[in-house]
Unconditional design. Sequence first.
Length: 263
Amino acid sequence: MSGSLAIIGLGPGEARYLTPSALAALEAASDLVGYGPYLDRVPARAGQVKHGSDNRVEVARARHALALAAEGRAVAVVSGGDPGVFAMAAAVFEALEAGEPGWRALPISVEPGITAMLAAAAKAGAPLGGDFCAISLSDNLKPWEVVTHRLTAALTADFVIALYNPISKARPWQLGEALALAATIRTAETPVIFARAIGRADESLRVLTLAEAVPEAGSADMSTLVMIGASATRLIARQGAAPIVYTPRSVTKSPCATSQGRT
Ligand code: SAH
């Protein structure tokens, strides 16, 4: 039997957010590789072997998956959300690049999934209607100075900014520092979204101002995506319902005006 490797995005939560294509790839697998809690989301199928691992060993896990595929197994590597967004697809290609030359002959496919930023944006309205970017606040894989440098550039350029990996027990202060930095460049009224566990039974969405969000940083956790609005991002208030957050598609201010952020 010739092996194969599918790198699969499970979407943000429940199975209804999984694409039919990703589901078909999961069903075709003989072996599933991934972080334990993600593997738990995949329904057990008779004859399928699950290889769970710790969250911090991405490249080792990717090597294991490639080695299994090279032995002839039909391997599926699973990630939450999209596998190409701060997740396993890049780890697999890193392992492929540095690994056995024979691995490059394996059929490898990537099945996209709904990433947290898109699931959160859909819940809030249309905050990503204008130009946006995504930044991971984790400094496990890059120095914190790189994070603050990129954040400052994105804030100055007036992007809507999605912050992945905002906080964890091992990284308790980064989100507070990032929001405090944002408050030096954007106005106090800038909408900030805390979107938690979107697509799951316990999902929650909070819309704050930047001034309110800074002292609330500690209320976020590893399942939260934080979104900082651009200067044009606004709210539509509704009676008895959460406000809609959106960013108009048209930009009327000149780059010079928006780069100051306080016009
Ligand atoms: N590959 C994933 C992201 C992995 S990084 C994706 O495409 O979504 C992990 C971070 O993603 C978390 O710390 C959190 O910021 C965000 N995240 C993942 N699932 C989420 C969800 N259901 N709701 C809100 N944020 C989520």
